[in-house]
Design a binder for this molecule. Structure first.
Ligand code: BGC
Length: 927
């Protein structure tokens, strides 16, 4: 049975897309989006891209043409109000359709709709209209001034850890006419929350989220029409350290002020009145500041201290007496680029209820959330204990059942609430987040019940795109753990972990996990934002950082980490068919490859200025005394050169996609040259890859570095290395998923199943047997009876080896994008029933709609149910050479089955859109 937590996560599942009416075309148009977002407010792309999906319950449905209309009024007043009428465009495309109408204007709202023609040229009705609005497009349109406290001068070394009180900022203003629409644009150096008439605007948290603040800052747009009232109004903001001024991981001890110390707020509200006039309210000298807000400290690592005695009732409502507040300091210009936030906001995406509570020691209780998560808790007490309440967060319990916090390093993860005179306590922090399963609360004077605590899961709110279930409940747990780990590590950037004093966008981890991430969730808007962070972190010489946003210019060049700047955009293209991303990243990709080439003219990648971590955690976590392959660690020259060849090839591919013939020739021949050097230097005539490691073979095979005539031999060495290690994994974070992929690619599915279903150390199910509810940094982060791995690096919420999710989706369900027709226009479906599995079922909501696959073994037969969305095709590969039936008869005669090819021990069927049910005999493959 699906566990509750997973089911709840499912609530964020991609909007169900079968609701719209079908007409004569038997197609319905759903999920209209603009720049990957549903009705976004305040975007700043001059010519946004539009997309929709098509749904049909009939087979073989497709789109032969479309027409888009964009209007500036919801009444579709023609012709004045129509900004773009695309006319009938003969095209099957349903996404990445660039707006080509009249210039769009700052702050304006636009409505759009689409209709399509089907394969028989029948026109559909118009879709239900959708909308988007533009943000502030020109720098000169920002009338607001940056406001805040008096500027801090030079900070003494010893004061760098002192977190100042978070100020409150406010202003009152009048609304004299009937409001049509009001939009607020706001951002901060620091983290802010903004309130109008006592109510928080929007539900986003940790705004403006993390970017490379030295160059770029995102602003957020809010529709605040409903928050304003006739006559007097008040706007207020709270301003805390956040990533800008707060402690961050650097090459030294975490410290404050990595981008600056002066926290600043910027806001501009446009009020449009029904009579056509308008007003603009901005941050300026007329605002006031109180340095005595209730948030006494707020740090992402440390937690929040809230002292209710400093609460100022009604401070963000009109009529508050602010005579003792001070004038704000204004900064006319802060040299940073302002961009609209166009990634899904960080917010509370789910609530969890504790499963247990016990008394730890005097007045101290520990709650078990039952799930390792990232976020915070809401504390609700029906009384006021009159004492300071401390809320500490940890991922594990120590052997003596106290809270285990050593692996947090310097991150205190402690929220403190100091009560005032309020009769009961209702508190949740807002300017921090923690990674935890256990919550220790001290300062209570009565034993709490479970309802005292509610877990608030905080994450970037990208929609969940997949589901998966099999007959092996431990594999289901693994899938669920992977999803939780991804959720736990998306706070505006893909982090390594959400708990210790690190929480960086480590690019190697993100790179190995990106395909799994894109299966799990709709990552399009999230990555689009993060690619910009990566580009912002690139040096003028072309070096990519090891994590983005980069702090302090210290971590660059690491093979496999820096390469993510090439690899993830390419995979993004395969998943979403988005050429704009490749175009935007292209120059940065070229500069990076040119830099590596320049440093390594001999093509063996050994010279780098920055770090080389190798295949991280390879061998490190393995007690490998009996292992013949040097602890399984792939030699660094092999590892780094393999990445060089791979990245150069992906850049060549990108050049081709973008029609850059000269560059394609250059990078393709560079990639070929690196492959030749790799084969010459690292692969002997028997197909042994230097080091003879599982990892080395996995990389060399996956990156296509093994000459064709040696592939079989290399594959058998790989298999031998797995056997020699008694069917266990010795790979690191960069090679684990690649090993699994290659096993299946080479036809060793049973070995892959053996590894994924194993519960012996090191394996995924081993950690689950030790109690894992998320993916751990180390296979043996905690072992029953033995205890913890070394605390310096022992996160219990680290997705890297969760990259096996890619193998699970791509092989158990068998859903993959087709590299030759990206963005799931043609869908590869190649399910591989195997291992102990009797059945599997699941779905992936691609950019073209939902793909569903299930299979079941029974009575020596396997039944495969497959559904692909309208306007797509599929290449279905079934493990048989014998007859395939569909419904009642032979598959070849079924409507929608275009071709059946029996080859290499498999049957390949080319399918038109629709739902099918195929059956084959078990063991019918004579390949
Ligand atoms: C992170 C890793 C990261 C690594 C770089 C660690 O501290 O947690 O996930 O990739 O540093 O080696």
């Amino acid at each position: 049975m699906r566990n509750t937590a997973c089911f709840l996560l499912g609530l964020l599942y991609w909007p169900f897309s079968g609701m719209a009416q079908q007409d004569a075309t038997e197609l319905s148009i759903t999920n209209l989006r603009c720049e990957y977002l549903v009705s976004p407010i305040g975007i700043d792309v001059a010519t946004p891209r539009l997309s929709w999906e098509l749904v049909s319950d009939k087979r073989g449905k497709s789109q032969s043409a479309y027409q888009i209309m964009v209007s500036e009024d919801s009444l579709w007043t023609e012709p004045r109000g129509i900004l773009w009428n695309s006319g009938r465009v003969r095209s099957a495309a349903t996404n990445q359709i660039t707006y080509r109408g009249k210039p769009l204007q700052s702050g304006k709202r636009y409505y759009w709709k689409v209709r399509v023609w089907d394969e028989a040229a029948r026109a559909s009705g118009w879709s239900a209209p959708e909308k988007w609005s533009m943000g502030i497009l020109k720098k000169s349109e920002w009338l607001a001034k940056w406001i805040g406290d008096t500027a801090v001068g030079t900070i003494q070394e010893q004061d760098k850890h002192i977190i100042p009180v978070s100020p409150l900022l406010r202003k009152e203003f009048d609304v004299r006419r009937k409001i049509q629409r009001a939009t607020l644009y706001a951002t901060a150096l620091g983290i802010y929350e903004v309130y109008i008439n006592g109510k928080k605007a929007g539900d986003r948290c940790l705004a403006p989220e993390w970017t490379n603040y030295s160059t770029r800052l995102q602003y957020q747009s809010y529709d605040v029409t409903a928050l304003l009232q006739p006559s007097r109004n008040a706007i207020g903001a709270m301003l805390t350290d956040g990533w800008y001024a707060g402690e961050l991981f650097t090459h030294q001890e975490p410290q404050r002020g990595n981008y600056g110390y002066n926290r600043r707020f910027l806001a501009q509200m446009h009020i449009e009145y029904a009579d056509g006039s308008s007003d603009t309210i901005v941050t300026d000298e007329s605002w006031k500041i109180s340095r005595e807000g209730p948030v006494r400290e707020a740090s992402l690592f440390g937690g929040e201290t809230y002292d209710a005695r400093y609460g100022q009732d009604g401070w963000c409502r009109p009529g508050f007496d602010d005579r003792c507040w001070s004038a704000v300091t204004t900064d006319l210009s802060i040299p940073v680029l302002l961009n609209a936030q166009m990634n899904e906001p960080v917010k509370v995406v789910q609530e969890l209820h504790p499963v247990a509570v016990f008394r730890s020691h005097k007045n101290t209780y520990i709650f078990d959330m039952g799930q390792n998560m990232a976020g915070w808790i809401r504390l609700s007490l029906s009384y006021n204990p009159g004492f300071k309440i401390s809320i500490r967060h940890g991922e594990m319990l120590d052997l003596d059942s106290t809270l285990y916090t050593r692996n947090l390093r310097s991150a205190l993860q402690t929220d403190v609430y100091i009560p005032g005179k309020e009769p009961r306590i209702a508190y949740e922090p807002r300017f921090t987040y923690h990674g935890f399963r256990y919550v220790e609360i001290s300062g209570l004077t009565r034993p709490p019940d479970l309802n005292a605590v509610t877990g608030k899961v905080l994450a970037s709110s990208s929609a969940i795109a997949s589901r998966m279930e099999t007959s092996n409940s431990l594999l289901n747990k693994l899938w669920n753990n992977i999803l939780w780990t991804q959720r736990g590590n998306m706070h505006s950037i893909p982090e390594d972990c959400p708990q210790r004093d690190e929480r960086c966008g480590w690019m190697g981890d993100a790179q190995v996990f990106c395909q799994t991430a894109m299966y799990n969730m709709d990552m399009a808007a999230f990555y689009t934002k993060w690619f910009r962070d990566i580009r912002d972190g690139q040096t003028p010489e072309g070096r990519f950082p090891n994590y983005a946003p980069q702090v302090g210019m210290a971590f660059y060049d690491a093979p496999g980490w820096a390469d993510a700047g090439v690899i993830i955009p390419w995979k993004f293209y395969l998943n979403y068919g988005d050429k704009t991303i490749l175009q935007e990243q292209y120059d940065a990709m070229c500069r990076f490859i040119d830099w590596v080439h320049d440093r390594n003219p001999g093509l063996i990648r050994v010279n780098s200025v920055g770090q080389n971590y190798g295949d991280w955690l390879n061998g490190n976590s393995i007690e490998a005394t009996d292992y013949p392959g040097e602890n399984g660690e792939v030699p660094k020259d092999v590892y780094s050169t393999a990445y060089f060849a791979y990245s150069a090839q992906l850049l060549a591919n990108a050049s081709k996609v973008l029609g850059k013939a000269k560059e394609y020739k250059h990078y393709d021949s560079l990639a070929r040259a690196i492959r030749n050097v790799f084969a010459r230097e690292f692969i002997n005539s028997e197909g042994v890859v230097k080091g003879n490691t599982q990892a080395g073979y996995a990389m060399a095979l996956e990156f296509n570095l093994v000459p064709q005539n040696l592939r079989k031999k290399a594959a058998s060495h790989l298999l031998n290395q797995i056997k020699a290690y008694d069917y266990r994994i010795s790979t690191g974070i960069h090679t684990t998923a690649r090993l699994m992929n290659q096993l299946s690619e080479l036809g060793f599915d049973e070995t892959a199943y053996k590894l994924v279903e194993s519960d012996r150390f090191p394996s995924w199910l081993y950690s689950i047997k030790q109690g894992a509810t998320t993916i751990w940094e180390r296979w043996d982060g905690y072992v029953k009876g033995r205890g913890f791995q070394s605390p310096g690096m022992n996160s219990f919420n680290h997705y890297a080896i969760g990259s096996v999710g890619e193998w699970m989706y791509g092989n158990i369900l068998g859903i993959r994008s087709d590299g030759s027709d990206p963005g799931y226009r043609n869908i590869i479906i190649s399910p591989k029933p195997g291992g102990s599995l009797l059945w599997a079922r699941g779905s992936y909501h691609s950019i073209n709609g939902a793909i569903e696959v299930s299979w079941k073994r029974a009575d020596q037969h396997i039944t495969f149910e497959v559904e692909i969305p309208a306007n797509t095709r599929a290449t279905l590969i079934l493990p048989t050479t014998e007859q395939v039936t569909e419904g009642e008869g032979p598959a070849g005669r079924s409507a929608g089955v275009k071709k059946v090819i029996v080859k290499d021990g498999k049957t390949t069927l080319l399918l038109q859109s629709g739902r099918y049910s195929f059956q084959i005999k078990e063991g019918g493959s004579q390949g």
